[in-house]
Design a protein around this ligand. Structure first.
Ligand SMILES: [Zn+2]
Length: 353
């Protein structure tokens, strides 16, 4: 056992290869497979364990703009004691539920993302007739906690609903980030990632008034991965950009009602009319690094665009959950529309590497 105050054993069962030029992070996990009931695991059994361990970790995952590749490297041994110090031994003819025995760090936090929060495996058991939990178990071998509370329906408070909560769910962006940060092998200060945000043009007719091509283009040159650690308030991503729109046909006293309607609907100050014809407001806004949140963009005199987002493990950046709202009104209700959709994309021409 590791007593309180002892250092955790080094994670020699993992090898990390971080390639900043290629933007890849590859972690190789070594498992030594053995059978309690005699004989060495066959090649087919070895591949079977590799496939289920890879499972949800297999599709390309992202940590900001870097690809995260989890490679499971299994070797067959004839008895448990043949496992090397840089391997985790796995009994592959275990009849009970799959499990990983772990050392838990003293003072570690379930949501913590520092190396002091990493779990350390000291052996595992694989049931070949119930292999589906094995991606979850690999999460423990990678240093992650369970996301559930025994006997409770909801996850541990703050933990995403992903495979560390229920074994048949995919890996969340937050869990990818926590896994990487707990291992402490990726120097994030050397990562250069840029992210763009674009909101597609929407148009709104208000009687004879017209707002056309309401759109946003913005970017950040410092795209950092989502953070799971509530105690270390991660700095949000800071975007800068431009909100553009055209509001024409508004001159003259006869258009005063239309201007009033526009002010009411969009919160725009229509008094400086010349400013309202084909304009770009500079905008700055932030995107939080909690797994989910609300994006809020303020522009000009009282125009507020909002929408909910969730970070995505396959892209490494947030995905908007639905159309944006303009001053609380869903752009899905705009006539003629279309609704205004916000989209994040990797890279930004405004940022140089
Ligand atoms: Zn578990």
């Amino acid at each position: 056992m590791v007593a309180i105050g002892d250092l955790m054993p080094p994670a020699t069962h993992m090898t990390w290869d971080v390639n900043h030029a290629a933007r890849t992070i590859t972690v190789t996990v070594r498992l030594a497979l053995w059978k309690a009931n005699g004989g060495m695991p066959t090649d087919a059994e070895r591949k079977y364990v590799e496939a289920y361990a890879g499972g949800f970790w297999g599709p390309p995952l992202k940590f900001a703009c870097y690809d995260v590749l989890v490679v499971v490297d299994c070797r067959s041994i004839s008895k448990k004691s043949d496992a090397r110090a840089d391997e985790v031994d796995v009994q592959v003819d275990w009849p009970g539920p799959c499990e990983v025995k772990v050392f838990e760090p003293a003072g570690g936090s379930v949501l913590g993302d520092s190396p002091n929060d990493r779990l350390h495996p000291k052996g595992a058991r694989f049931n070949p007739t119930e292999p589906l939990a094995w991606s979850h178990e690999l999460g423990h071998i990678l240093g992650l906690d369970d996301g559930y509370v025994p006997g409770q329906k909801e996850p541990y408070p703050g933990h995403p609903k992903d495979l560390m909560w229920e074994f048949d769910l995919p890996v969340s962006a937050e869990t990818v980030a926590r896994m990487i940060r707990r291992n402490g092998m990726v120097d994030e200060s050397k990562m250069q990632c840029a992210l763009s945000f674009d909101a597609t043009p929407a148009s709104l007719w208000l009687f004879i008034a017209e707002v056309k091509d309401l759109s946003i283009h913005a970017w950040t040159c410092r795209w950092e991965a989502v953070s799971s650690n509530p105690e270390a308030a991660a700095a949000p991503l800071s975007f800068e950009g431009v909100l553009s729109l055209e509001a024409g046909y508004l001159n003259g006293d006869h258009n005063a009602p239309a201007r009033a309607l526009l002010e009411a609907a969009l919160g725009l100050n229509t008094a400086p009319l010349s400013d309202l014809y084909g304009i770009g407001y500079p905008v700055t806004f932030t995107v939080g690094r909690a797994l989910e949140g609300t994006l809020s963009i303020r522009a000009g005199s009282g125009l507020v665009l909002e929408g909910e987002y969730q970070w995505n493990a396959q892209t490494g950046f947030p995905t908007m959950k639905g159309p944006l709202r303009v001053n609380g009104i869903s752009t899905a209700s705009f006539i003629p529309g279309p609704a205004m959709q916000g989209v994040f994309t990797e890279g930004a021409t405004e940022c140089t590497r």
